[in-house]
Design a protein. Structure first.
Length: 149
């Protein structure tokens, strides 16, 4: 895989990883919350013996189930759409950083992208410090510029 060290997705790879973790948490919490919020009204309707309330509870469960399925599959649909739009050059495109960390924040690909970003970030910070030190040395007159008087 070709690693590009520029572009929007490379520069925001950590953000995409956080978003990916949040989506993963939602994928777990949404079904749990749906079950809890659906079972309680259904249980109450069954205990009360009210046929109309039971029917209404089942309809509500169906709507919540449909909403849960939609929420669960949106990230997968987004990933598939992006991969189709990018086409065969997916691995060499900057968008691979976004998609890998959005869809699988713990995957080896995402970890590699974050490490590459961190390494580049450290290198740029070191170069900035070196340039800053050179500028301060020039400003203090402690650098010999090898110019004749």
């Amino acid at each position: 895989m070709m690693i590009l060290n520029s572009g929007v997705c490379f520069n925001t790879v950590k953000v995409w990883r956080v978003i990916g973790v949040l989506v993963l948490i939602l994928k777990v919490l949404v079904p749990v919350l749906l079950v809890i919020t659906s079972v309680v009204p259904l249980f109450n309707a069954l205990v009360a013996g009210n046929a109309e309330a039971t029917k209404k509870a089942w309809i509500t469960i169906g709507k919540k189930l449909a909403a849960g399925v939609i929420v669960f599959f949106i990230p997968s649909l987004v990933n598939a759409s992006v991969k189709l739009l990018v086409g065969a050059d997916y691995e060499t495109e900057d968008v691979s950083y976004c998609v890998d960390c959005f869809s699988s924040p713990g995957s080896s690909e995402c970890v590699q992208h974050v490490k590459a970003f961190d390494d580049l970030d450290k290198k740029e910070a070191e170069e900035f410090k070196e340039n800053e030190n050179k500028q301060s040395e020039i400003g203090n007159g402690s650098v010999n510029t090898n110019e004749p008087d």
